[in-house]
Design a protein around this ligand. Structure first.
Ligand SMILES: Nc1ncnc2c1ncn2[C@@H]1O[C@H](COP(=O)(O)OP(=O)(O)OP(=O)(O)O)[C@@H](O)[C@H]1O
Length: 619
């Protein structure tokens, strides 16, 4: 286990970081006759009701085995199925039908195995505003077992930084499309580092060297080779490795249109192809030669027909190699090492630890957004403008005051809704990546994310309310003031819940925003301010309207039944009889509070359930 190795580190001094020593639990990966099919809609049938869906065969019976200490490289042209096979072997395919037999130490993929597996995707999914060190330390805190102290976890992160040559850029931010950060190669190394931290015994990498110069690529593959030497099982897809790299792989799997063309030692590949009549005529990189063959291009052969060459190669694989691959798989059955699943817990850390790390990471990543001057300036400007427009409004202008309360429920309905709508769609990729590696519970993530933004989300309406309340000259009674403030904050939490639910359910910022504005507008229209004689068949909307309940409670915070106001010609009238208050009324507060409470919790539950589908893989 990693903690035992940490002790080794202490004992060995500086020699080599603990995580680069032996694998915790060596894994033999076997895959036999792997077939993957997906359903695709036929194009051109968009307007037809009976659009037929076709089944597409992506992987056509692929077999192989990778032992601890071995590094398997999957080669093949673009679209040949490398990523699909890698994702399937990594237990991460979320759609389609995968058949065949894939075992890890003779057993199917389990949650325990998930925690012993690292998966580096082709695209780096990293938080752009965190630095390299922050990124790796947070990952270490989340993924390393609770038996290690925080300092030891940070030490592991440091070791990875040193091993991957990231020391120079350790304090630079990762960056993103519109934010200059570390280079592409450095970003890739951070992604690899995140997986290396947990000292996985099984490591999958999708194109770890793409877009990198050959020296950096060489360095990364050498690191992976070192990791394999420690008894780890490494599988990667790779595009055009240099010949130096090619000979570092223990095994090579060549794919073409989902068919295996070669499986075996890298060094034996050329002999095999020359034995079936495809020899390397000029000095060239063996990987380029294999890729040419997988594309149906052969310089040594006069065959012009690419499809025919591919067919010959597929047939040769079946006649010459398949038998030995099957024999290899069968022979290993006796050598199976038992995986003691109990050695690996489902989660590395407690709920609370996960929550607190995610909370701190979230605040760090989003501090520029939450505390942005623009956002604060926007709210202050609207507050001051509102205060000036309603400057010292008097009860003799009751309509104005009622209008102000309606404005409160409208502005603080829309504002938190739109802030919250973006929360989950922005996080989707990260959530999928981290959840599929079993990093944390959804509940700790959900709580950390929704509570992290809360202080600022509540401070802004409070400041807004204080400014406008006094500028507009509302009742200087603390009870009225606090009742109004709490109502506003309560409604902010409800609208935020609705935003979270929409964002999580739709997972598309544009669609969720459109849907959110339609719903909130409906709520506002149904709140009884604009229209008072609503037809019965549609009047039920007000019972689900956050704005209606907020408006009612805000009016109740300021006016009491039996209170009077000057209604012209020296007369006084009852507030509850005022035309704009009557339809909403000054009673029924308990129901409004309960209805809002149901929405506050209900919308968040919807968001939670909607998120349960993200990062969940098929077993
Ligand atoms: N869910 C899916 N829906 C539609 N097509 C799919 C799906 N998954 C895979 N494919 C198709 O399967 C083929 C293999 O895709 P895959 O991504 O595995 O290729 P690849 O060899 O990794 O390519 P590249 O090197 O370009 O990444 C492609 O033609 C791809 O379009």
């Amino acid at each position: 286990m990693v903690d035992v190795e940490a002790q080794n580190l202490a004992g060995d001094g500086e020699i080599s970081p603990a995580i680069f020593k032996k694998a915790n639990l060596p894994v033999t990966l076997k895959f036999e006759d792997v077939v993957y099919k997906i359903k695709t809609e036929q194009s051109g049938k968009f307007f037809k009701k009976t659009a037929k869906s076709q089944e597409k065969l992506i992987l056509k019976g692929i077999s192989g085995m990778v032992l601890p200490g071995e590094m398997l490289a999957m080669l093949g042209p673009s679209g040949s199925g490398k990523t699909t096979l890698l994702t399937g072997l990594g237990g991460r395919l979320t759609s389609g039908r995968l058949s065949g037999n894939i075992t890890y130490n003779g057993k199917p993929f389990s949650n325990a195995m998930k925690r012993n597996t690292g998966f580096v995707t082709q695209d780096d999914v990293l938080y752009p505003h965190l630095t390299v060190t922050e990124t790796l330390v947070y990952t270490a805190l989340l993924r390393l077992p609770r038996t290690l102290t925080k300092a030891e976890k940070a030490e592991h992160a440091e070791a990875v930084i040193a091993q991957l040559g990231l020391s120079r850029c350790r304090h630079s931010i990762i960056g993103g499309p519109l934010l200059r950060g570390v280079s592409g190669g450095e970003r890739k190394r951070v992604s690899i580092g995140q997986e290396m931290l947990i000292n996985p015994s099984l490591l999958f990498l999708d194109e770890p060297t793409s877009g990198l110069d050959s020296t950096t690529a060489q360095r990364i593959v050498s690191t992976l080779w070192d990791l394999a030497n420690g008894g780890r099982t490494i599988v990667m897809t790779i595009h055009q490795p240099s010949s130096r790299l090619f000979y570092m792989f223990h095994k090579v799997l060549l794919l073409s249109e989902g068919n295996p063309l070669y499986y075996g030692k890298g060094s034996s590949a050329l002999d095999y192809f020359s034995s079936i009549g495809f020899s390397l005529s000029v000095a060239m990189n063996p990987a380029d030669f294999l890729l040419d063959l997988a594309n149906g291009i052969s310089t040594a052969d006069s065959m012009e027909d690419h499809a025919a060459i591919k067919q010959t190669l597929v047939a040769s694989y079946k006649t010459h190699l398949l038998e030995s691959v099957t024999a290899e798989l069968a022979a290993d059955d006796q050598l199976q090492m038992a995986t003691d699943d109990k050695q690996l817990r489902r989660w590395s850390n407690t709920w609370w630890d996960q929550f607190s790390v995610l909370f701190r990471r979230g605040i760090k990543e989003r501090r520029h957004e939450s505390f942005s001057g623009l956002k604060i300036g926007q709210v202050l400007a609207v507050a001051i403008l509102t205060g000036l427009l309603w400057w010292q409004s008097d009860i003799s202008h009751l309509q104005d005051q009622v209008g102000l309360f309606f404005f409160y429920s409208g502005f603080w309905g829309f504002y938190p809704l739109f802030q919250a709508i973006f929360t989950f769609p922005q996080e989707r990729m990260m959530l999928a990546k981290e959840r599929s590696s079993g990093m944390y519970r959804l509940s700790s993530y959900f709580m950390a994310l929704t509570l992290g933004d809360l202080p600022m989300e509540l401070v802004l309406p409070t400041v807004f309310f204080v400014i406008t309340y006094w500028m507009a000259g509302l009742k200087p009674d603390p009870r009225c003031f606090f009742a109004g403030l709490f109502t506003l904050l309560y409604s902010v939490l409800c609208s935020q819940g609705l935003g979270l639910a929409l964002g999580a359910a739709v997972m598309n910022q544009k669609s969720a925003t459109i849907l959110g504005s339609v719903i909130m507008l409906t709520f506002l229209l149904a709140s009884g301010y604009y229209v008072q004689h609503v037809p019965a068949f549609i009047s039920w909307i007000k019972y689900i309207s956050i704005s209606q309940y907020t408006f009612k409670l805000l009016l109740g915070s300021q006016f009491k039944p039996g209170e009077t106001y000057p209604c012209g010609n020296g007369k006084t009238c009852l507030v509850e009889d005022f035309g704009m208050i009557k339809p909403v009324g000054l009673g029924g507060h308990a129901i409004a509070v309960i209805a809002l409470a149901v929405m506050l919790v209900g919308y968040r539950l919807v968001a939670y359930v909607a998120l349960m589908r993200i990062g969940v893989t098929k077993k």
